[in-house]
Design a protein around this ligand. Structure first.
Ligand SMILES: C[S@@+](CC[C@H](N)C(=O)[O-])C[C@H]1O[C@@H](n2cnc3c(N)ncnc32)[C@H](O)[C@@H]1O
Length: 344
């Protein structure tokens, strides 16, 4: 009887909401700052033992655990489509902390409530995690070009891409989830993006548009380990089964995105997670199946060597050109970024 009741409740209460509730409970109960890295690891194991076992193979350092438990720094991007950066900096001077080294209009802020300011409501600034500004910087789309953003919602990177293109050209901003597409549309409007056409498709659909786009961004759905600092729900819901399923989807999205890229064009593949199966393995798959080549990424960000072998599998040496960023490297979310070019 009790089991039936539990099943009934779990049917009506969305999974993510329950996770959020648990997440808040846990954050309140544990004073993470007082714990040593090994104690944090032990607490993480209580929440999700399989996660800790897996990450012993990826990053088992003290720093990794202490940064995963540390709240993420708030950061903004000034939206130059709507305002002169000097004007925003003057208006928000008491709230700004320091510049983000890898994007000239990105700033860490002292005020966690910056989302409530009029500047944010008007779309003069966009709340965006600092590491999430890297993929558009690496893509470096030129004004007047054709861009495909295959998994675009809620639009942090699409709006940044439009900013880099100075609202000149065309962006196909796609996502598969209707509720997220609605947020994407609202963010594009708020930020004054005039060059985006929004589509609601499975990203794999775009494989049929061969050689069409100058730039393609695949900011792939992933297991979100890099975002644990933002929300502990990602630690709770993490599973190896999801990692494997996501890895398959990511390979298919990458292949479709690569097909749609014109020869001479640039594709950026990124995730905010750290499992090699969702990163190096996916890029390695593309190198095996196509004539894709990786390019060196030259930006002011601290990163570490990508895996060139994992669980007995060897990857192409070229994989070293990718950026693998762990939370402790720059005090940000974790990220993985690959810059891929298609030859003529
Ligand atoms: C990491 S989020 C994208 C974040 C976004 N690029 C930004 O910067 O705001 C991954 C997105 O992939 C979308 N997604 C999941 N499966 C997809 C698929 N098969 N095709 C296209 N998008 C998909 C999810 O709905 C989610 O919005």
């Amino acid at each position: 009887m009790f089991l039936w009741l539990k099943l009934l409740v779990s049917f009506f209460v969305p999974y993510s909401e329950k996770m959020l509730a648990n997440n808040n409970m846990n954050k309140e109960r544990i004073d993470w700052e007082k714990l040593s890295p090994r104690e944090i690891k032990a607490e993480f194991a209580k929440i999700n033992r399989k996660f800790v076992e897996r990450y012993e193979l990826i990053d088992d350092s003290d720093q990794f655990y202490s940064y995963l438990a540390k709240p993420i720094r708030t950061s903004i991007r000034i939206n130059t489509l709507k305002i002169d950066p000097g004007c925003v900096l003057r208006r928000l001077k008491d709230k700004i902390d320091k510049e983000i080294p890898w994007f000239e209009f990105g700033f860490f802020v002292k005020d966690k409530e910056i989302g409530k300011t009029i500047e944010h409501k008007l779309g003069l600034i966009f709340l965006q995690e600092a590491a999430s500004m890297i993929p558009p910087v690496v893509l470096d789309p030129k004004p007047g070009s054709k861009v495909l953003d295959i998994a675009a919602a809620p639009g942090a990177k699409t709006t940044q891409i439009a900013q880099l293109m100075q609202n000149d050209g065309c962006i196909i901003a796609n996502d598969v989830k209707v509720d997220r597409v609605n947020i994407l549309i609202s963010n594009l409007q708020k930020c004054g993006v005039l060059i985006a056409k929004v589509t609601l498709k499975d990203g794999r659909f775009f494989g049929r548009f061969e050689n069409k786009f100058d730039y393609v961004l695949i900011d792939a759905p992933c297991s979100n380990v890099g975002m644990i600092r933002k929300n502990f729900k990602y630690l709770k819901i993490w599973s190896m089964r999801d990692v494997k399923a996501l890895s398959r989807l990511q390979k298919e999205l990458l292949l479709a995105g690569y097909k749609s890229l014109r020869p001479g064009g640039t594709l950026v593949y990124s995730t905010c997670t750290l499992d090699p199966l969702e990163n190096e393995e996916v890029v390695n798959f593309l190198l095996e199946k196509t004539n894709a080549e990786l390019e060196e990424i030259d930006i002011k960000v601290k990163s570490r060597r990508p895996f060139t072998k994992f669980e007995g599998k060897e990857y192409f040496k070229e994989i070293k050109k990718c950026l693998r960023i762990h939370p402790q490297d720059n005090d940000t979310e974790g990220f993985f970024i690959a810059k891929i070019v298609k030859n003529y």
